[in-house]
Design a binder for this molecule. Sequence first.
Ligand code: PBE
Length: 301
Amino acid sequence: MKRFSLVIGLIAALVLAGCGDSSSEQKNDSNETGNSKAVNYTITGIEPGAGITVTTEKAIEAYDSLHGWTLEQSSTAAMAIELDKAMKARKPIIITGWNPHWTFAKYPDMKYLEDPKGIYGGVEEIRTLARKGLQEDKPEAYKILDQFHWEVEDMEEIMYESNETGEDIAEVAKKWVANNSDKVKEWTEGINDVDGVKIELVSTPWDSERASASVLKEVMEQKGFQVSITPVDVAVMFESIAGGDGDATLAAWLPITHKDFYDSYKDDFDDLGANLEGAKIGLVVPAYMDIDSIEDLEPNE
Ligand code: PBE
């Protein structure tokens, strides 16, 4: 009797080991209680036109673990609401996240998922691009744009303050300029005052870019420029600088986030280099989720 059951057991084990299907069924079973299933194989994303949206679509293509996943696209504000709900209920959620962003101040308990394939790159920088001909037409403006450079903490200070107090970023930026005359002095070194020279800064609608554009608008207006800020989609921003409609942007995230846009126009603008180093993009989850890497997710099969 004993011997009989041993043989049955052995046969069962051999059948299990030899049968690919049954091992994948086991994997699926574990899915059902896992994070991937719980988030319905969905990444909570932001605006369709964002660089991080394009990059996340590349990640879904590149990772087997994201096979069959959906990137839900809506808006940064809608994503923030979803995140808030999930965090309060301690439920799993996977978002497209980035720094600098006030979310990380509000929810310090979040982590980037490791990205072993490097789809989201490493450290990003935010670059200033100017239209061709700006240097000749408006040399003083070009020089300020070229000299503008600040730190992640500076940008974050403005975003956090605005988010905490509800005061508009443009207003907070004005105060920041008043309180940071050392930095402002560096950016305006060697610049003569002008009399109403018009400058159009083309930007994107995120808080980070609203902060930088508002700061530079204030600084340039103190020098006598008349500055307008036009918030547009990332694609339109690149088109506009390359086509010479807008004068400059402070909002180009590289080398990864806006790579495709940058590459398609790279001979049609002046790249003035980084105005901020140390930005980052990626997939972000609450720290209470027991996953560390994109590869810890399960395909939707
Ligand atoms: N962002 C913030 C933008 C750039 C600034 C990372 C959401 C993006 O294009 O993805």
